[in-house]
Design a protein around this ligand. Structure first.
Ligand code: PLP
Length: 443
């Protein structure tokens, strides 16, 4: 009898099973042996890898905001990292039809073939490059694409360049993968965009990836093709071993006529060392479906698929059915455009409402659904608040405004304001912020 796969419990616990038997015979718990009595307890330790991972700061704000709401306080929350819209109707219809007709079994680890083809077509339309099925992995959200990629590519000493302000999860996921995050600041005088000379300073022979998130969470800043090319040229010259990691999760959400160019297009003739992370969470208001995808070299996708096979067995089947509809049904394309237009209108409205608030500066962003507010005049030396965290806490506790402080994004002196919420709340929130910061300015 084999002791792997379908294990006979009696056999697995016997010393003859090399996998499990030794364990059972060495320290047999009382519920197995039936022997009761005083036992020494041994605390289960958290390992160093997990201890190095910081909790999500954005979650902390929303948890406190929810607590205040539960206490009956009229909190206005602008901390959301997800669209407030419903997914396109065709998505929910596809799920309902599927579950009413089929058993919901496991999908293949890499993703349903129909979804892999839909992703390939979507990537082809944007990047102008034909990805084959073995070059794509469907994952449980884009977050899991990133985590999987770092897990299979990073080794101790490998560096991942992360431009700040950055999405809070990048450094933690790099650490989880065993690599080292190298944060490089994007200066306000460069519009909070990574400048080629700043990138050049931090590239080394150990650079494995440079992360590019355009449009960016938390700033909404997006890169033109020319700006992408300038960064790619520095990489090819200074760190030719490095790969560009494009997190394109917000690429559909660009405004004011801005066109998000594909890195493959922009870097044509410079480098094709590009890995893509993308998904339907933000563009199709499908955060809870947890569908993302990774596109890159076959051997990397195979390795990430092996890890995924052992961790999750793949993304949820019903969510993949939903994503097939999202990517192939023409009505979904229209829904994405409608949502994008709604975000564009809110963004313009907020820029107007924020104009002239004392001590608040904001650069009009090109995309995503965030405004990154420079409130540095209100924090630090000679002000009431030590830092943006203290100010954000005061805004929440005293003015019932939930925002996310800039520090966890690697950008002290800022607040992230999400406009993925209804217009009435946005107007009322802007009024509260004006009142609060005017009060501070008046001393
Ligand atoms: C920049 C960025 N990348 C990736 C993700 C993860 O997306 P998903 O919800 O598909 O895991 C997020 C989510 O907030 C994000 O802001």
């Amino acid at each position: 009898m084999a002791c792997l796969g379908r294990v006979s419990l009696a056999f697995a616990l016997s010393p003859n099973c090399p996998r499990l038997g030794g364990l059972a015979s060495r320290s047999e718990p009382s519920y197995i042996s039936g022997v009761q009595g005083a036992r020494q307890s041994h605390p289960l330790p958290v390992n160093a890898r997990a201890q190095a991972i910081a909790p999500s700061a954005t979650m902390a704000v929303s948890a406190r905001a929810k607590q205040l709401v539960a206490e009956g306080r009229d909190v206005l929350s602008f901390s959301a990292g997800e669209p407030d819209f419903r997914p396109p109707q065709a998505v929910t219809d596809a799920v309902a039809a599927f579950i009413s007709k089929h058993p919901v079994g496991y999908s293949s680890v890499r993703g349903l073939p129909k979804l892999l083809d839909a992703v390939a077509a979507d990537l082809q339309a944007f990047h102008g490059r034909a990805f084959t099925r073995p070059e794509i992995l469907v994952t449980c959200g884009a977050k899991h694409s990133l985590a999987g990629l770092f897990l299979v590519t990073l080794s101790p000493g490998d560096e991942v360049v992360i431009p700040a302000p950055y999405w809070v999860s990048y450094p933690e996921m790099v650490r989880l993968g065993g690599g080292e995050p190298v944060v490089v600041g994007c200066r306000p005088e460069h519009g909070l965009r990574l400048a080629p000379e700043d990138l050049e300073r931090v590239l080394t022979p150990n650079t494995r990836f440079v992360v590019l998130n355009s449009p960016c969470n938390p700033t909404g800043v997006a890169y033109t093709g020319e700006q992408l090319r300038a960064l790619g040229e520095v990489m090819a010259r200074v760190a030719p071993q490095a790969w560009l990691l494009c997190d394109d999760i917000y690429r559909h959400l660009v405004y004011d006529g801005f066109t998000q160019e594909s890195a493959f297009q922009a870097l044509s003739g410079v480098t094709e060392q590009i890995v893509v992370v993308d998904g339907v969470s933000k563009s199709h208001a499908m955060t809870g479906y947890r569908i993302g995808y990774l596109a890159g070299p076959k051997h990397i996708i195979s390795a990430a698929a092996r890890v995924q096979g052992q961790m999750t067995s793949g993304a949820a089947t019903t969510s993949q059915i939903a994503a097939i509809a999202a990517l192939t049904d023409p009505s979904c394309r229209e829904a994405v455009v409608r949502m994008r237009d709604a975000f564009a209108a809110r963004r313009s409205m907020m820029l107007q409402l924020f104009a002239g608030i004392p001590g608040l500066r904001v650069q009009p962003p090109q995309g995503a659904f965030y405004l990154f507010l420079d409130i540095s005049e209100h924090v630090g030396a000679n002000t009431r608040f030590a830092d943006d965290i203290a100010l954000a806490t005061w805004l929440l506790e005293e003015h019932l405004l939930a925002t996310v402080p800039g520090t966890p994004f690697g950008a002290p002196g800022y607040l992230r304001w999400s406009y993925a919420t209804d217009e009435d709340s946005l107007r009322r929130g802007a009024q509260r912020l004006r009142a609060a910061l005017s009060q501070l300015a008046a001393g």
